[in-house]
Design a protein around this ligand. Structure first.
Ligand code: PEP
Ligand code: MG
Length: 883
C-alpha cells in the first residue's frame, strides 16, 4: 500500500485531493498543486497510516521509511537543497491534518532540519545570521513543546531573562549573538527536562515529529474533542511535511492572509492583509500593523502604509490570478495564506472561507449568476437558520455598546426602547408612539398584548421554549430570555444588574441574536429583503415540494407571513383572540358560568368579535387555505387572579363574587395540560365550538360576498385521542355550517380535520381519518405527550440531557425523529391508507426548524407551518430537503 503522496513542482500524487485519505490540509495542498499553483513542495503521509500505526501497536512499517525518504528526495529535487546539508540546508514544516480541522492535536513544527551545523549554513546562504539563529531558537522551543512535550514555561522565562540581561524590550531588539546565546540556554533546558540532548540528527527530528502527530491523535484532548463533536476515532490524521519558505528574508519578502471575496459583505473584492519582512505568526500576533492588500481598501481606510498592490505590483498581480484559479477550482470563496520569499510567491494554504449570513447569501447568488455554481447549489449553500439574522434589524457593528448583562438569544433582532414592567403600561406607552422594551421575570398569556405593543422583550427567567421565547419568535419581536443576573423589582419599577440600576422610562437595547442587553440606545441596521434575498428565495421555491404555511392569529401577522411567502395559515390559535382587553371579561363569564344558558349569554357577546377576527384574516389571506383551531387551552389560563377582576366578571354576569370564586376553585386542576382542554372542552361545552364554527362560516360567507374571493376554511379540532371525539365535533361543525349557509344563501367549501398531538391519535390514525379530512401534527404537544416531558418546565433538566448525549438536540426545538418521528410515520401511513387524499401538515414549533423540515420531507407531509418570521427559513430548508 502507498502511504506517502507527494505534491508540488508539477507533481500531485493525490489525484483529486481526497480529504478522507489526505486530511483537509493535505487535500488542499494537493489540490492547489494539481492546478499548477506555486505550493512549496512536500508530501503527505495518509490517514490510513495513522490507522495502521495504531493497529500495529504504534510502530511504523519498514516500507514507510523508504516512502518518506522518497518524499524528501522529491522536495530536495525541486528546492535544490538537501535535508541536513551543512552548507545549504533544506528546512521543513511538519503539520497534522485530519479530515476536519481538530484542535487538541499536535499542530505544527516549523524550521525542522536546523541543528548546530545547519544553522551556520542557513546564516551563510541567507546572509542573515540573526534570522538563522532566531529560526533555530524558535525551532527548539516549538519542538520541545509539541514533540517532546516539555514544560514551555521554562523557555519563555529564559527568553525574558535574556532580554532583561541585555536591556532589550522587544524580540526585535535581539541580535544574532543574543539569539545564539539563547539557543545554548534552550539546549540546557531540554537536557535538564528530557534527560537527553536536543536531537541533532535531522532524521531523528523528522521521525520524532511524525510520531508526535500520530501520537496526538489519541491524546486526551483530541479524544474529548472528538467525543464532543461526534468525530469517529478511526478516521485518523494525516501528516504533512513541506519545504519551509520564509517571508522574513528582507524587503522583497512578505507574508499575508486573504479572502477571495469580502467575508463580511460578500462583495467581490479581494480582502486581506500582509506584512513585509515577516513570518506568518507576526500577522496573527498583531505586533506590527498589517498593510492592506489592495489600493482601494487602503484608500477607503485612509491608511498610509502602501498596499501590496502598490508595494509589490507584480506579485500582487500573480496573487490575483491565483485567487481566480482557486475560486474556479473550489467553486467557493477561499481563505488563503501566502508567503513571498525574495519576490517569489508561495501558496501555503487554502480553504472555504467562513462568512457572515449576509455574505453567504450574496456570494451564493453572485456565484450562480457568474456561472460558477448552479442555482440549486446556491440554494444548498445558505444556512436557513442564518437567514434569521437577515430578516431582522441588527446592531450596527460599528456602534459602541454598554453591555449590562446577557441572557439567551431567544428571538433574533435588535431593538431599543424605554423600559416598562407590565403589559398594560407597554400598551399605553406604545399607543403614544413610544418604543418600549417589556421587562418581566417571565411572561404568560396575559402579557400578549404588551408583548405585541413592545419593540422587544426581556425576561429574567425561562429558556428557549419558554412562553416569552415562543411568542416573541412568533411575533417577530426580538427577545432575550433567562437573563439570570437581572433583579427585577416591578413594584419599585426598576431592575438592578450588578451595581447598576435601570428605572422605568430609561432606554435599553436588546440583541435577540446574541442575548446581549445594553444600556442606552445602540444604532441598528435595517434588513434588505429584496435583491439577493428575493432571488435566492425564488430559486428555493422552484426546488421545493413541501408547501409552507404560517402560524398566525392576527391580520398583521398574516400579512407579514404573506410578505415572507406563506401559502396559507397552518394554525390560527383562536384562544389568543380571547385575551384581548375588551373580551377577556366575556370569556371569563363564559368559563365561570355554571349553566349552558350562562355560557351562551357570554358567547353571544364573543360571536361578533370572533367573526370580525376571522373576516380580517380571510381578507388578508384571500383564497389561500386558513386552518382555524377551535379553543384548546385549559380554562384555568383564562381565570381571574385578582379581586378587581372577579368583581368585573361578577358584574358582567350579574352573579355574586363569592359564587364566582367557588366556581373558580372547582375548575382548578392539578395537571391542566392533561386536563380539561382541547376537544374535551367541545365535548362538555358544545356551545363554545358551535359559536366558533358559526363565527368562521359567517365570516367566510361575508368575505366571499363582499370580495368575490371565497375563503378556504379548514376547521381543526385539537387534542383528539379517539374517532368518536372527532365524530361529535364534526357533527357540531357540519350542522353549524349547514345552518349558516341556509341563512346566508351561499355555500363555502371547507374541511374538518384534527391535530395529531397524542400518541393514541397517531396509532389510531386509520380510524380517525375516516372522519378527519386533514391531519396537522401538533408536535409541541406530541413531543410532550410522547416523551412525558412537560414543554413548560423541561428547560431545567433538558440541557443536562443534551450535554450527556441522551438527546442530540432539545426535542422541543428539533424533532425527535426516532420516537415522535415514528409516531408521525405511523399516522401518515395509516391515515393515507384510509383516505388517500388526506392533507398532512405540521404546525408545532418544529415546522420552522430546518432539521425537522428535512424529516417532514422524508415523511411525505404536504406542508409545514411556521411562525411568520420563520417562513423564509422554512422555504429554504424545504428546498434543501428536496434537493
Ligand atoms: C402543538 O401542540 O404542537 C401545537 C401546535 O399546539 P399548541 O402549541 O398551541 O399546543
Ligand atoms: Mg397543542
Amino acid at each position: 500500500t502507498q502511504y506517502v503522496y507527494r505534491f508540488g513542482g508539477g507533481v500531485s500524487d493525490g489525484g483529486q485531493g481526497d480529504k478522507n485519505l489526505l486530511g483537509g490540509k493535505g487535500a488542499n495542498l494537493d489540490g492547489m498543486a494539481s492546478i499548477g499553483l506555486p505550493v512549496p513542495p512536500g508530501f503527505t503521509i495518509s490517514t490510513a497510516m495513522c490507522t495502521r500505526y495504531y493497529e500495529d501497536g504504534q510502530h511504523f512499517p519498514d516500507s514507510l521509511r523508504a516512502e518518506v525518504a522518497a518524499g524528501l528526495t522529491h522536495i530536495e529535487g525541486i528546492t535544490g537543497k538537501r535535508f541536513g546539508d551543512a552548507a545549504d540546508p533544506l528546512l521543513v514544516s511538519v503539520r497534522s491534518g485530519a479530515r476536519v480541522s481538530m484542535p487538541g492535536m499536535m499542530d505544527t513544527v516549523l524550521n525542522l532540519g536546523l541543528n548546530d551545523r545547519t544553522v551556520e549554513g542557513l546564516a551563510a546562504v541567507s546572509g542573515d545570521a540573526r534570522f538563522a539563529w532566531d529560526s533555530y531558537r524558535r525551532f527548539i522551543q516549538m519542538y520541545s513543546d509539541v514533540v517532546l512535550e516539555l514544560d514551555h514555561g521554562a523557555f519563555e522565562e529564559a527568553l525574558e531573562v535574556a532580554k532583561e540581561d541585555k536591556g532589550h524590550f522587544l524580540d526585535t531588539d535581539m541580535t544574532a549573538d543574543d539569539w545564539q546565546a539563547l539557543v545554548a540556554s534552550y539546549k540546557k533546558i531540554v537536557e535538564q527536562q528530557w534527560g537527553k540532548p536536543f536531537p541533532q540528527d535531522v532524521n531523528d527530528q523528522l521521525w520524532g515529529a511524525i510520531g508526535a502527530v500520530f501520537g496526538s491523535w489519541q491524546s486526551e484532548r483530541a479524544k474529548v474533542y472528538r467525543r464532543l463533536n461526534g468525530i469517529p476515532g478511526d478516521w485518523g490524521t494525516a501528516v504533512n511535511v513541506q519545504a519551509m519558505v520564509f517571508g522574513n528574508m528582507g524587503e522583497t519578502s512578505a507574508t499575508g492572509v486573504a479572502f477571495t471575496r469580502d467575508p463580511a459583505t460578500g462583495e467581490r473584492a479581494y480582502y486581506g492583509e500582509f506584512l513585509i519582512n515577516a513570518q506568518g505568526e507576526d500577522v496573527v500576533a498583531g505586533i506590527r500593523t498589517p498593510q492592506y492588500l489592495t489600493l482601494a481598501a487602503r484608500e477607503r481606510a485612509g491608511a498610509k502604509a502602501a498596499s501590496m498592490e502598490e508595494a509589490m505590483p507584480e506579485t500582487f498581480a500573480e496573487l490575483a490570478g491565483v485567487f481566480a484559479l482557486l475560486e474556479d477550482h473550489y467553486r467557493d470563496m477561499q481563505d488563503i495564506e501566502f508567503t513571498v520569499e525574495r519576490g517569489k510567491l508561495w501558496m501555503l494554504q487554502t480553504r472555504n472561507g467562513k462568512r457572515t449570513a449576509a455574505a453567504a447569501l450574496k456570494i451564493a447568488v453572485d456565484m450562480a449568476n457568474e456561472g460558477l455554481i448552479s442555482r440549486d447549489e446556491a440554494v444548498a449553500r445558505v444556512d436557513p437558520a442564518a437567514l434569521d439574522q437577515l430578516l431582522h434589524p441588527t446592531l450596527d457593528p460599528a456602534a459602541p455598546r454598554d453591555v449590562l448583562t446577557s441572557g439567551l438569544p431567544a428571538s433574533p433582532g435588535a431593538a431599543s426602547g424605554t423600559v416598562v414592567f407590565d403589559a398594560d403600561t407597554a400598551e399605553k406607552h406604545a399607543a403614544q408612539g413610544e418604543a418600549v422594551i417589556l421587562v418581566r421575570v417571565e411572561t404568560s398569556p396575559e402579557d400578549i398584548h404588551g408583548m405585541h405593543a413592545a419593540k422587544g422583550i426581556l425576561t429574567a427567567r425561562g429558556g428557549m421554549t419558554s412562553h416569552a421565547a415562543v411568542v416573541a419568535r412568533g411575533m417577530g419581536r426580538p427577545c432575550v430570555s433567562g437573563a439570570g443576573t437581572l433583579a427585577i423589582d416591578a413594584k419599585a419599577r426598576l431592575f438592578r444588574v450588578g451595581e447598576r440600576t435601570i428605572r422605568e422610562g430609561e432606554t435599553i437595547t436588546i440583541d435577540g441574536a446574541s442575548g446581549e442587553v445594553m444600556a442606552g440606545e445602540v444604532a441598528t441596521v435595517q434588513p434588505e429583503l429584496a435583491g439577493d434575498f428575493g432571488t435566492l428565495m425564488a430559486w428555493a421555491d422552484g426546488a421545493r415540494r413541501l408547501k409552507v404555511r404560517t402560524n398566525a392569529e392576527t391580520p398583521h401577522d398574516c400579512r407579514t407571513a404573506r410578505d415572507f411567502g406563506a401559502e396559507g395559515v397552518g394554525l390560527c390559535r383562536t384562544e389568543h383572540m380571547f385575551f384581548d382587553a375588551g373580551r377577556i371579561t366575556a370569556v371569563r363569564q363564559m368559563i365561570l358560568a355554571d349553566s349552558e344558558q350562562g355560557r351562551r349569554a357570554a358567547l353571544d357577546k364573543l360571536l361578533p368579535e370572533q367573526r370580525a377576527d376571522f373576516t380580517e384574516i380571510f381578507e388578508v389571506m384571500t383564497s389561500l387555505p386558513v386552518t382555524i383551531r377551535l379553543l384548546d387551552p385549559p380554562l384555568h389560563e383564562f381565570l381571574p387572579h385578582e379581586e378587581a377582576e372577579f368583581a368585573e366578571v361578577a358584574e358582567a354576569a350579574s352573579v355574586a363574587v363569592d359564587a364566582l370564586k367557588r366556581r373558580a376553585a372547582e375548575l382548578h386542576e392539578v395537571n391542566p395540560m392533561l386536563g380539561h382542554r382541547g376537544c374535551r372542552l367541545g365535548v362538555t361545552y358544545p356551545e363554545i365550538y358551535e359559536m366558533q364554527a358559526r363565527a368562521i362560516f359567517e365570516a367566510a360567507c361575508d368575505v366571499a360576498a363582499r370580495t368575490g374571493n371565497a375563503p378556504i376554511p379548514e376547521v381543526m379540532v385539537p387534542l383528539v385521542a379517539t374517532r368518536r371525539e372527532l365524530d361529535l365535533m364534526k357533527g357540531i361543525i357540519d350542522d353549524t355550517a349547514k345552518a349558516v349557509f341556509v341563512e346566508k344563501g351561499r355555500e363555502i367549501a371547507y374541511l374538518v380535520g384534527t391535530m395529531i398531538e397524542l400518541p393514541r391519535a397517531a396509532l389510531k390514525a386509520g380510524e380517525i381519518a375516516e372522519v378527519g379530512q386533514f391531519f396537522s401534527f401538533g408536535t409541541n404537544d406530541l413531543t410532550q405527550t410522547t416523551l412525558g416531558v412537560s414543554r413548560d418546565d423541561a428547560g431545567r433538566f433538558l440541557t443536562s440531557y443534551v450535554d450527556k448525549g441522551i438527546f442530540a438536540r432539545d426535542p422541543f426545538v428539533s424533532i425527535d425523529t426516532e420516537g415522535v418521528g415514528e409516531l408521525i410515520r405511523i399516522a401518515v401511513e395509516r391515515g393515507r391508507a384510509t383516505r388517500p387524499d388526506i392533507k398532512l401538515g405540521i404546525c408545532g414549533e418544529h415546522g420552522g426548524d430546518p432539521a425537522s423540515i428535512a424529516f417532514c420531507e422524508g415523511a411525505g407531509l404536504d406542508y409545514v407551518s411556521a411562525s411568520p418570521y420563520r417562513v423564509p427559513i422554512a422555504r429554504l430548508a424545504a428546498a434543501q430537503a428536496a434537493l
